[in-house]
Design a binder for this molecule. Structure first.
Ligand SMILES: NC(=O)c1ccc[n+]([C@@H]2O[C@H](COP(=O)([O-])OP(=O)(O)OC[C@H]3O[C@@H](n4cnc5c(N)ncnc54)[C@H](O)[C@@H]3O)[C@@H](O)[C@H]2O)c1
Ligand SMILES: O=C(O)C(=O)C[C@@H](O)[C@H](O)[C@H](O)COP(=O)(O)O
Ligand SMILES: [Zn+2]
Length: 365
């Protein structure tokens, strides 16, 4: 299919390299993604909101295969171990062999759970990401972090398992609710805040266009963020080092999501608040200046994101949740802080008293 606006970005991982295709009409471009399927079985994992909208677009592409679908109920609370069990049951019912493929059609919840299910089935089968939220297009579909939440913490069970391809059909964003769109922008801003100041300036300059969902601006923002993330992942696939920078705002953000039982805040909203807290902590530690915190806060708020901790959450409770973050080692908090826009750093041994002081100032207790 001729697709003039199509962007192709490669995640370069040697023999496991894969394309991220970003453009219009890609779900219906069956020949493109069907070529990535090696065997005769496919399980489409989606949810009860997305499947009625977009499963019909891909069904004809599955003709000739033995396939079925497994639909999650909608929401972060369903990114659970129990649902991985159900997905594996569905693969069993299908009779999926090692050459089977899981297709993740949906947002990050579907993508993370589907990828983890693919990693588990027969110790690892192929999967393809078909992200349908902005957040999934710019972040969760790329890089191979898969997994589920546990009641004690976010993403605590999972595996690194790279997809065979990412098919980001931007037409699906037409039905995405406004709040979800903004949540996706948080992960775009994050990429720029970590390591790409020119992109941050571009976001400031195009904030109105992005808020209005101008198609050219949205496409450019997606492509720039994916290119940035693909580069980081290619250099450090399993987060032995600098990939951890992609976690800016997440130690705080994941604690906020968990404290809200995965229903109060969207992931992107937790990340937005978390980035502001990380900036404030950086300031407190003398690493950065207030002007950069304000600049970040202004951009987040202009793009419809919260920057304050919701009422009812307590500093001590949040700190306790932060102790279970995967970046920590025994008794040592490791956070992603920054020296200003585009200059994030991994900082080990942050004193709990400093983290608590920032949380107390933000929660009021
Ligand atoms: N693996 C990674 O690297 C990575 C990166 C970032 C986030 N994540 C994870 O991703 C998850 C968040 O993903 P998300 O923000 O996409 O949330 P989500 O998957 O819950 O989707 C958001 C909402 O949008 C709906 N939706 C999806 N596509 C739609 C469409 N086109 N039209 C209408 N409605 C649509 C969904 O049903 C849901 O209600 C979190 O679990 C987070 O931890 C993972
Ligand atoms: O890809 C990464 O690496 C990231 O950290 C991206 C994050 O946006 C994402 O939310 C990821 O799932 C968080 O990873 P975790 O290791 O903190 O669970
Ligand atoms: Zn994230």
């Amino acid at each position: 299919m001729n697709n003039p606006a199509l962007q192709t970005i490669t995640v370069a991982l040697g023999q496991r390299s894969y394309p991220v295709w970003i453009g219009s009409g890609l779900l219906a471009d069956h020949a493109r993604w069907r070529a990535m399927l090696r065997g005769r079985h496919a399980l489409v994992i989606s949810n009860t909101t997305v499947a009625p909208l977009y499963l019909p677009c891909i069904e004809a592409g599955l003709d000739g295969l033995k396939w079925s679908s497994f639909l999650l109920d909608d929401g972060e609370a369903h990114k659970s171990f129990a649902n991985v069990g159900r997905a594996l049951e569905a693969l069993g019912q299908l009779g999926a062999t090692r050459d089977a493929c899981v297709i993740a059609l949906g947002g990050g919840v579907v993508g993370d759970l589907a990828g983890f299910s693919a990693a588990c089935w027969m110790r690892g089968i192929d999967f393809i990401q078909m992200p349908t939220t902005l957040l999934a297009m710019v972040d969760s579909s790329v890089g191979g972090k898969t997994g589920v939440n546990l009641p004690v913490g976010k993403n605590l069970a999972g595996a690194f398992h790279q997809p065979r391809a990412v098919i980001a059909d931007i037409d699906t964003l037409a039905t995405l609710p406004e709040r979800e769109y903004h949540a996706g922008l948080a992960e775009v801003i994050k990429g720029a805040a970590i390591g790409d100041e020119p992109f941050f300036v571009w976001l400031e300059q195009h904030a109105d266009a992005l808020a209005a969902r101008d198609p050219a601006a949205v496409l450019e923002a997606i492509a720039r963020k994916v290119r940035y993330k693909a580069g980081v992942v290619a250099r450090d696939e399993t987060e032995q080092g600098k990939r951890a920078l992609l976690n800016l705002g997440h130690t705080f953000g994941h604690a906020l999501e968990t404290a809200g039982h995965y229903t109060t805040l969207l992931h992107g909203e937790g990340v937005a608040i978390g980035m502001r807290l990380a900036a404030q902590l950086s300031e407190r530690l003398g690493m950065s200046v207030a002007a950069d915190t304000s600049r970040l806060q202004r951009l987040l708020e202009k793009l419809g994101l919260p920057t304050a901790i919701p009422p009812g959450m307590e500093a001590q409770q949040l700190l306790a949740l932060m102790r279970l973050d995967k970046k920590n080692t025994a008794g040592v908090l490791r956070l992603i802080l920054w020296r200003g826009i585009g200059r994030a750093e991994i900082v080990a041994g942050v004193a709990e008293a400093d983290v608590l002081a920032v949380l107390q100032a933000a929660t009021g207790h």
